[in-house]
Design a protein around this ligand. Structure first.
Ligand code: KIV
Length: 264
């Protein structure tokens, strides 16, 4: 079984093959997702909401992510594993270096940070220190209180242009993967088309290079609510393994996300 690396994900983008991704937080689910053939797993700070029952992700700590990353790493043989850097864990470059080192040592192959151009010098420093970086733009849940809620981003022309500029600046700074959350489908397609690195969408339409969902959402067991951009694959298939296989199949074929799971 060949391990998935960032080069595998890049080659998929270049071939036009969709990348499949899910969040994971423990070894048992990681094993199921890995065996089903999910390409990448994110130990997301969404764990604050789906595991801890918080209203947002702001209470999650580096130690929380490290704990769950160690567990996911244990359950994973093939998939690429990313770990989220929590709120305020990369507020300064020095914070970022120290906290990224903790997450890489816990078993991550890449760390993810939320933000645009303001992050570029921190990202350059991480990349110079051999830490692979994924950036996350669009709806960035750590900024929920600045954004005034979990809202679609980039609907106005100037905001859309800002996201395109952010994406290009982040790629230039050395980011090797981009997560794009909750933007109109046309913008998702435009950003993926303008970058050489893979762009993984969540609520960004089916024009991105791949998709990620929060595992609790795609299994319909989230404590809070089901976002419009997600789909309950467990209800559709009645079985965990088939749910994951169906998700992978529909992402690869472009059937998911359909218009009903996307924004205009
Ligand atoms: O924390 C998380 O799970 C995420 C995904 C929603 C992309 O950032």
């Amino acid at each position: 079984m060949k391990k998935i690396t960032i080069s595998t994900l890049l080659a998929k983008k270049q071939r036009g093959e969709k990348i499949t991704s899910l969040t994971a937080y423990d070894a048992s689910f990681a094993k199921v997702f890995d065996e089903a053939g999910v390409d990448a797993m994110l130990v997301g700070d969404s764990l604050g909401m789906v595991l801890q029952g918080q209203d947002d992700t702001l209470n999650v700590t580096v130690e929380d992510i490290a704990y769950h990353t160690r567990a996911v790493r244990k359950g994973t043989e093939r998939a690429f594993v990313l770990a989220d850097m929590p709120f305020m864990s990369y507020a300064t470059p020095e914070n970022a270096y120290q906290n990224a080192a903790v997450l890489m040592a816990a078993g991550a192959s890449m760390v993810k940070l939320e933000g645009g151009q303001w992050l570029c010098s921190t990202i350059e420093g991480l990349v110079e220190r051999s830490v692979p970086v994924c950036a996350h733009i669009g709806l960035t849940p750590q900024s929920v209180h600045v954004l005034g809620g979990f809202k679609i981003q980039g609907r106005e022309a100037n905001k859309a242009q800002q996201l395109v500029n952010d994406a290009k600046a982040l790629e230039q700074a050395g980011v090797q993967l981009l997560v794009l959350e909750c933007v109109p489908s046309s913008l998702g397609r435009q950003i993926a088309g303008q970058l050489s690195i893979p762009v993984i969408g969540i609520g960004a339409g089916n024009g991105t290079d791949g998709q990620i969902l929060v595992m609790h959402d795609m299994l319909g067991v989230s404590a809070n609510y089901m976002p419009k951009f997600s789909k309950n694959y467990l209800a559709e298939t009645g079985n965990l393994h088939r749910a994951v296989e169906q998700y992978i199949k529909q992402v690869k074929s472009g059937e998911f996300p359909g218009p009903e799971h996307s924004f205009e």
